[in-house]
Design a protein around this ligand. Structure first.
Ligand code: GAL
Length: 391
């Protein structure tokens, strides 16, 4: 599907981006020492090229395929060989893949973990070899051997999801101010969160609830299922089918007396599609039974079409091309003996240390700005939006 396209897109983004792919990683000498070891010790010098291991969680979501391809093409352009692996959302598979990358002599590792707590022994082995580890999008937890984190401002992503839900419900206007003609409510809203073993999921949920909770407190919003705590609303492995099943159960248990769902906080497009299926099966979106306001994340093409068609309300666009650039830049820095530039050194405590981070911004996308945010930036073409499929 999008694999080839994304490779090309990744290259285009890398070429046009501000990233100076300066091939700084030249100069001979051992690589990686400064990265894994951090400050102290003799400054490491970089060898030209070499192998970089890139571990991605799954190919079932198009975003990770796009991420993998963009990181791979950026690294190759910078002169590295790449071992790119997807783990089918299976933790032992990812552990084994990372072990093998180390055995094959990877000089740096870029890892988007399935379970953020399950890679300690791999990271210990990497540190023993002086291999710098870059945690990609999801923070790897409980290990001191994580050297850098590239991601988006995950709490802000959650704030955007919550804000968009409130806007869709008519409670906020387009400037984020309390709407003059806001409905009094009570509005029926259900809450979903991501995978509990993904460090991001809590950030998304907390960010969203920071803006939604006041409306629950003043009873403008009610949650008929009463399921409001993270552990109850979390969705293991971010699975679409699991979200569909939970939405079906909620409809059966809490909406069996003629009540209707007005809004659903969903943290990821895949979950949103499962939620939509459950709602459609119960007649939502037909006649006068309107589809609730449903949020999302990742601007996956199938969901962008649903937004364009007025089925899903919004998504959060995180430009994975820029994230890939940051990962490549950080790799080059480590392998040339430099500390990568961080723009956040306070928020991402992995349980053992605060990991220096580079966080990117995200954008709320609804029907009105699909073109400016996604088409004009070259993320998706108009044809892809119309068909709901990547070319
Ligand atoms: C998160 C990521 C989201 C989404 C989700 C499901 O870690 O930050 O953008 O992709 O995983 O894959």
């Amino acid at each position: 599907m999008a694999r080839k396209l994304w490779a090309v897109r990744g290259l285009a983004a890398l070429a046009t981006g501000a990233m100076a792919l300066s091939l700084a990683a030249c100069g001979g000498g051992g690589a990686g020492g400064a990265g894994a070891g951090g400050a102290g010790g003799a400054p490491a010098q970089a060898e030209e090229g070499g192998l970089v291991g890139v571990a991605m969680p799954t190919e079932t979501s198009e975003r990770w395929i796009a991420d993998g391809d963009a990181v791979q093409s950026g690294l190759e352009k910078a002169g590295y060989d790449v071992d790119l692996q997807f783990a089918g959302d299976d933790i032992p598979t990812q552990q084994q893949q990372v072990d093998q990358m180390i055995t094959k002599g990877a000089k740096a590792l870029i890892i988007a973990a399935i379970d953020g707590t399950a890679l300690q022994s791999q990271l210990d082995a990497a540190a023993a070899e002086g291999i710098p580890v870059i945690s990609y999008d999801r923070l790897i937890r409980d290990s001191k051997n994580v050297d850098f984190y590239v991601s988006f401002d995950n709490y802000q992503v959650g704030v955007q999801q919550g804000t968009s839900l409130l806007t869709g419900l008519g409670l906020l206007d387009e400037n984020g101010e309390k709407a003059a003609d806001a409905p009094k409510g009570p509005l029926n809203v259900e809450l979903f969160a991501g995978s509990p073993d993904d460090n991001n999921a809590g950030f998304f949920f907390d960010g969203a609830m920071s803006v939604i909770q006041p409306y629950i407190d003043d009873k403008t919003i009610v949650v008929p299922s009463k399921q409001t705590d993270f552990d109850t609303v979390a969705t293991l492995r971010w699975e679409q089918e699991r979200a569909q099943k939970r939405m079906e159960d909620l409809l059966t248990s809490s909406y069996n007396g003629g009540e209707e769902v007005d809004g659903v906080l969903s943290p990821y497009d895949g979950l949103s599609r499962g939620i939509i299926t459950a709602l459609q099966n119960e007649g939502y979106g037909k006649g006068d039974k309107a589809m609730p306001i449903i949020t999302g994340q990742d601007a996956e093409i199938a969901s962008v079409k649903l937004i364009d068609d007025g089925v899903q309300y919004s998504t959060i666009f995180k430009d994975t091309r820029l994230l890939a650039e940051q990962a490549v830049t950080a790799t080059q820095d480590f392998l040339s003996g430099k500390e990568p530039e961080a723009n956040n050194t306070t928020d991402y405590d992995n349980g053992v240390k605060v990991v220096p981070s580079y966080l990117l911004d995200s954008v709320i996308v609804d029907k009105d700005n699909i073109k400016s945010a996604l088409v004009d930036t070259g993320y998706w073409t108009e044809e892809e939006v119309a068909s709901g499929q990547a070319d």
